[in-house]
Design a protein around this ligand. Structure first.
Ligand code: BGC
Length: 778
């Protein structure tokens, strides 16, 4: 394929047209130029390849594929090799179905436990998220299939995800929110990057040249294609200028005419369009080389089980209740039968098979109590108690119901259903050996933590999750997962609580996300970042720091084989610029048979010590190299001096140095370096294509009608029920009525026309006749 020659033959119209997809999952083919279309499919923990009706929120059928554990569980393995193998397996399944690009991995930071898509993301820490994402990318791409690293960037909440403005300071941006993408881009070299829906400090990601060209391409060396998230395009001309190449999904050709006019009248440089076309053609050329391969679904199922097993986090295990030494126990809770193994939304996979916990332990008595929203009646609690009291051990399977977490909406609170809490309280009263198995994609408050002996957190463990639970309970496998996010005691302890899930979130906590906050503020947590127990024990010895090389010996001192995630933190003792207590700069998972000891080495780089201050700078001074088993279980340390430069104190005398209380708006504005207008709802006269039907309905009869019609059409598809506790309904409603008009045009594949949408916006602004005229425009 001679790309330059093809471009030289293409008309301007066709070039612009190629930069919008053909339909939901395909790019356009243009036979006249020998351009064939390619297909992309959702991931990231399996393939959501649709051949029938398409959608972006996982409601229509997709071809069965291996449903691997979601990122919360895969991340908790801390096993790069395993995540690479997951990527490779997904890549094979993609290649077999002719899919050229898997839409993942997701690399956004878990800023707050209530993020609706936290289950799809890897960590609260940029280093861990970036390293794991890079491994996944390398795995998928090893079979020739491409990836789309998403959602770039600062897209850590679902509320107003399509038009909210993430407002943050430069250090938080660079050190926390961009850093995982930077690592994944540099070490994974993804074929594509997906830009996010939201604005960042007032500019949509798809319009941001700073983000998509200056940082992504010029600084990090990315040489692939940028596509939009589905419906994320804000302004086609700005997007071309920014380096946003492909508008997805296709069908609408939104703003293509305007782009054509802009080139013709000299406002937009045609070269920018040529560059976008070239990147699309390069991806097509690359895709043509993908070889179809055979898929061994059984071995992928076994791999999914291995990942679920290694990602299981044993949060506590008093008196070594686990592993169970006999079968004198009962399984309690409907989730043991209807296991929650994945989340809702665009990542929803149709599994090739599914094993529940009950299926995996058929001879164990099962007490089926609790419904799908976690309600447990008094009678059911009575049943559970009477069964549990005569058994040596009671195993409760509980967690977050489907309706609690999903793409498209954030969680309302950090609690589990009251019914489950009552169940645990009652059972643990009569059975002193109560084990809780937790299923759910994100952090939960655990008011019963001190009442039960054991808690095993499985995350959302994928299609083989039931088998993994059985193996761990019965001692056929030894858990080795570690938390990639801190578990606070209660939501009140979360520093971003007042600035999360609001229209234009102010990232007032700056760089203090997760353990960076808890450790420096000295706040108690339920379970710290990096925590996870094993059925065996590990001893650390012989720490040596020679220049930038750090070596430590780890020994399995117990009687069982197991694996330890050795974590290396750097704790700066420098003065001047504010810094967290410690930051993770290395990790390695070591599988050690009983009695075995092994040496592990890490090499620190400049970034292990650097801060962002108009560029990466190393503050000169003392640093402590800490080796440990969690951020709060440091086993060995050694102090070193690192030469660098003096980096002046920023925001002196503010919260950022003391972490006492919460940062005020004034302090945050100091950090931002300028004043920031207070966010407010838009009103009549101000509406643009960036506003949603929900935002405008108060001012416009037409929007109100559209709102009601949409609601009733959606509910008709779901047994006529307008039930907000149904995650599918809630997700569909939010996605349909609170999506900006521009996204409605794009995501409807043009069924809602651009002129109709523009007319409706004019009407909502009180310009009725202008609106009618706009609607009539071709
Ligand atoms: C999601 C993406 C997904 C896309 C296509 C969007 O709503 O944010 O993660 O890849 O839909 O389904």
């Amino acid at each position: 394929m001679n790309i330059k020659e093809i471009i030289s033959k293409m008309t301007l119209e066709d070039k612009i047209s190629l930069c919008t997809g053909a339909d939901f999952w395909r790019t356009k083919d243009m036979e006249q130029y020998g351009i064939s279309s390619i297909k992309v499919s959702d991931g990231p923990h399996g393939l959501r390849c649709q051949t029938g009706e398409a959608d972006m929120i996982g409601i229509n059928q997709s071809i069965p594929a291996t449903c691997f554990p979601t990122a919360v569980t895969a991340g908790a393995t801390w096993n790069r090799d395993l995540y690479y193998r997951e990527g490779e397996a997904i890549g094979r399944e993609a290649a077999a179905l002719g899919v050229s690009v898997v839409l993942g991995p997701g690399c956004n930071i878990k800023r707050n436990p209530l993020g609706g898509r936290n289950f799809e993301y890897i960590s609260e820490d940029p280093y861990v998220a970036g390293k794991m994402a890079a491994s996944f990318i390398n795995g998928v791409q090893s079979v020739g299939v491409g990836t789309s690293l998403k959602h770039f960037a600062v897209n850590s909440q679902e509320y107003k995800r399509m038009n909210g403005d993430s407002r943050l300071d430069e250090r938080a941006y660079r050190e926390i929110y961009l850093a995982p993408f930077e690592i994944a881009v540099k070490e994974g070299r993804p074929t594509t990057v997906m830009c996010s829906y939201n604005k960042i400090n007032g500019t949509h990601a798809s319009d941001s040249k700073e983000l998509l060209t200056d940082i992504l391409r010029d600084e990090w060396g990315f040489d692939g294609l940028v596509m939009t998230d589905w419906g994320a395009l804000n302004d086609r001309m700005a997007a071309f200028e920014a380096g946003c190449d492909l508008n997805m999904p296709g069908g609408s050709d939104y703003m293509n005419k305007a782009a054509l006019e802009a080139v013709k009248n000299g406002q937009l440089d045609e070269k920018l369009i040529d560059t976008a076309v070239e990147r699309i053609l390069r991806l097509i050329e690359h895709s043509a080389k993908i070889e179809k391969c055979k898929v061994d679904f059984d071995s992928h199922h076994s791999l999914a089980k291995k990942i679920a097993t290694e990602g299981a986090v044993l949060l506590k295990n008093d008196d070594n209740i686990l592993p169970l030494s006999d079968s004198d126990f009962v399984l309690i809770g409907s989730m043991a039968k209807n296991i929650r193994y994945q989340g809702s939304g665009s990542s929803h996979i149709t599994p090739t098979k599914l094993s529940s916990i009950c299926d995996s332990m058929p001879s164990i008595p099962f007490c089926d109590v609790g419904n799908e929203v976690g309600e447990v009646s008094a009678e059911e609690i009575g049943q559970a108690v009477s069964l549990a009291k005569d058994k040596k051990t009671a195993v409760l399977v509980i967690g977050l119901p489907d309706s609690y977490e999903s793409e498209a909406f954030d969680r309302e609170h950090m609690r589990m259903p009251d019914g489950y809490i009552a169940l645990v309280n009652a059972v643990s009263e009569v059975n002193l050996n109560t084990v809780v198995v937790l299923l759910g994609g994100s952090v939960m408050e655990l008011p019963f933590a001190d009442k039960v002996k054991t808690i095993l957190y499985m995350g959302l463990p994928g299609q083989a999750g039931g088998e993994a639970v059985a193996d761990i309970l019965l001692g056929r496998a030894n858990p080795s997962g570690k938390l990639t996010e801190s578990w606070p005691v209660s939501y009140d302890d979360v520093i971003s609580r007042d600035n999360f899930s609001v229209r234009d979130p102010e990232y007032r906590e700056g760089i203090y996300v997760g353990y960076r906050y808890y450790d420096k503020a000295g706040k108690a947590v339920r379970y710290p970042f990096g925590h996870g127990l094993s059925y065996t024990q590990f001893e650390y010895s012989d720490l040596r720091v020679e220049g930038r090389e750090v070596t430590v010996t780890v020994k399995n001192t117990g009687a069982r084989d197991g694996a330890e995630v050795v974590q290396l933190y750097v704790a700066p003792k420098t003065s001047g610029i504010f810094r967290p207590e410690r930051e993770i700069c290395g990790f390695e998972k070591l599988a050690l048979v009983a009695g075995e000891s092994r040496e592990v080495s890490f090499v620190l780089d400049d970034r292990s010590f650097a801060v962002w201050s108009n560029g990466w700078k190393i503050p000169e001074g003392d640093y402590v190299i800490e080796l440990g088993s969690s951020s709060r279980d440091i086993r060995l340390c050694e102090s070193i001096f690192v030469s660098g430069e003096e980096v002046k104190s920023d925001c002196p005398d503010t919260w950022y140095h003391t972490l006492r209380g919460t940062p005020t708006r004034e302090e945050w504005e100091k950090l931002m370096g300028h004043s920031v207008p207070v966010s407010r709802e838009p009103k009549r006269g101000e509406f643009t294509m960036d506003n949603s039907c929900l935002e405008m309905k108060k001012y416009s009869l037409m929007m109100k009608i559209q709102y009601l019609v949409t609601k009733s059409i959606i509910s008709k598809g779901i047994d006529g029920k307008k039930d907000m506790s149904n995650p599918t309904y809630k997700m569909m409603i939010t996605s349909a009525v609170d999506c900006p008009m521009r996204s409605a045009v794009i995501n409807s594949g043009g069924m809602m026309s651009e002129s109709l949408a523009r007319g409706m916006v004019l009407m909502a602004n009180g310009k009725f006749f202008k609106g009618i005229a706009a609607m009539m425009k071709k």
